[in-house]
Write a protein that binds this ligand. Structure first.
Ligand code: GLU
Length: 506
């Protein structure tokens, strides 16, 4: 029988969620759905110093925009609530006490200043300082102080931390679903702080306790947490939970477009792409770009993220969420960092744009027309979009490709005028106006027939005449089939534009 899959996305509300964070959420979600499991959102907010107002709401909004529905957790509740760690303070205390009682952890009273002094001394000797087995016997902690003094210090309210007693020289072999067997030697690890006298646990303790209590079956998270894995294992062991330790999968990093180094916000700023799902307005007035505000469809964003580190093993690139759920397999997640390609991201958006019904795109586009003071209707706008959607990657690019459907050109491209407007052009266009006036049924096909027949009969230059008409209608040498434009803007407008061009260029 399949195991009861329960996975969690456990972000810390320290700022806007990076796209790498959304990728972690996505892989958790896909894994959960694939195995009929639950996707849990836990907010890890025990580090008060790094807490950022609004970050939790940002996380919720981002997941919602991406269609990553939470089964259990912050904002929806569930059988293990609360899911915000700051509301679970009392839970962690008893486990910190348990670790002290069974000798896996100890009280340490060294002040930050004292530790800083030792660090400096070590560094001036060319050594690094780490609070570990070699040094703990020389510091101010419950190893070295008599029991009654420890008690007295605590009772008198002296600040302390509880540290994990990292065993010396123990090889720990662990399995990662993506990386296979990984071995750590504890001699390289320090005595991490688990709990502080302010009543709050650190990430390590809170994370392990909650994963256990919330019955998490698989921990799927970023590669940056791999070095914490041996400590987490030892905590499970020390708390007596190692029999049902979750499975672990550490996802590969997202790399810069150059492939060198971790993808950062600065890369986005430099190359002009967002690294956050939604726009973020920070308290100091800084604005960070978001995929949503830049005009990406959530389906495209999800599709882009899915292929960063995972591959289906086939040539298929376009995946709906349901297809992803079906195809997703942790075995096909790679170890190597995944290079982000901003051009490919646009390509995905273009794909989804082309697939959208014209009326849906029109609904998205009309507000920007209203802002320009242009009143139009859905049906007309949808028809316009059907003619230009092949040429754009984003809804906001439609205007540049289609403005002439909503207003007469205000100027004519000087280069085109110079090249295409000949001496006889005004006369030729006048005769075309005459033909159009007589065309009753002003459809694309009818006008094309009439105009081409006229050009042939009068032996006008086909290319030159058509170019001049286009210049009059569009203002430039671009756009879809000319007679399709005629049909949409209508007889009066077509004739008016030809006349205007004759008046101003003739
Ligand atoms: N709170 C951690 C973070 O912000 C979660 C790491 C984990 O999933 O264990 O990334």
């Amino acid at each position: 029988m399949e195991q009861n899959v329960r996975v969690r996305f456990a972000p810390s509300p320290t700022g806007p969620l990076h796209m790498g964070g959304v990728r972690t959420a996505l892989f958790n979600y896909l894994f959960a759905k694939k195995h009929n499991g639950s996707f849990i959102l836990r907010i890890e907010d025990t580090d008060q110093a790094r807490y950022v107002e609004g970050a939790e709401q940002y996380i919720l909004d981002s997941l919602q925009w991406c269609g990553l529905t939470i089964d259990e957790g912050v904002s929806v509740g569930g059988k293990h609530q609360p899911y915000r760690q700051s509301e679970r303070k009392d839970i962690y205390k008893q486990f910190a006490e348990k670790l002290i009682a069974n000798g896996s952890a100890y009280f340490a009273f060294d002040t930050p200043e004292e530790l800083e002094t030792i660090r400096k001394e070590k560094e001036s000797d060319g050594k690094t300082f780490s609070y570990d087995a070699h040094i703990r016997s020389a510091l101010t902690n419950s190893f070295n102080l008599p029991a009654n003094e420890v008690k007295q210090r605590i009772d008198s309210g002296q600040p302390y931390v509880i540290r994990f007693k990292m065993p010396e020289n123990r090889d720990i072999q662990l399995h990662d679903l993506i990386r296979g067997d990984v071995t750590f030697n504890t001699s390289t690890l320090d005595d991490k702080v688990l709990y502080k006298s302010d009543g709050l646990p650190t990430y390590h303790l809170a994370n392990v306790v909650d994963d256990h209590l919330m019955e998490i079956s698989h921990v799927i998270r970023g590669e940056e947490w791999l070095p914490s894995l041996p400590l987490h294992f030892l905590l499970y062991e020390a708390l007596g939970w190692h029999e049902d330790i979750p499975d672990f999968a550490h996802l590969p990093l997202l790399l810069k477009p150059s492939g060198k180094g971790k993808l950062s916000k600065r890369d986005g700023d430099k190359l002009g792409f967002p690294v956050f799902p939604l726009q973020w307005n920070s308290a100091d007035g800084e604005v960070a770009k978001g995929y949503r505000e830049d005009g990406y469809f959530p389906e495209a964003f999800i599709n882009i993220l899915a292929l960063l580190g995972w591959n289906p093993g086939t040539e298929q690139e376009i995946f709906s969420m349901d297809e992803l759920i079906n195809a997703f397999d942790m075995e096909r997640v790679g170890k190597a960092g995944a290079r982000f390609d901003p051009e490919k991201a646009k390509w995905f958006n273009q794909h989804y744009l082309k697939q959208k019904p014209d009326t849906e795109l029109a609904e998205l586009f009309i507000p920007s027309l209203k802002e320009k003071g242009i009143e139009t209707d859905l049906e007309y706008t949808a028809k316009v979009i059907s003619l230009v959607k092949e040429r754009v990657q984003f809804v906001h690019e439609i205007w540049d490709q289609a403005y002439y459907f909503f207003q007469a050109p205000r100027e004519y491209d000087a280069k085109v005028v110079k090249k295409k407007w000949k001496e006889n052009t005004s006369t030729d266009l006048k005769s075309i106006i005459g033909v159009l006036q007589q065309t009753e049924n002003f459809t694309s096909a009818q006008t094309e027939l009439a105009v081409k027949k006229h050009i042939e009969e009068k032996e006008l230059h086909l290319g030159n005449t058509m170019n001049a008409i286009r210049l009059a209608i569009v203002g430039q040498a671009m756009g879809p089939h000319l007679f399709d434009i005629f049909e949409l803007i209508g007889k009066n407008e077509t004739i008016a534009r030809l006349q205007k061009a004759i008046d101003s260029l003739g």
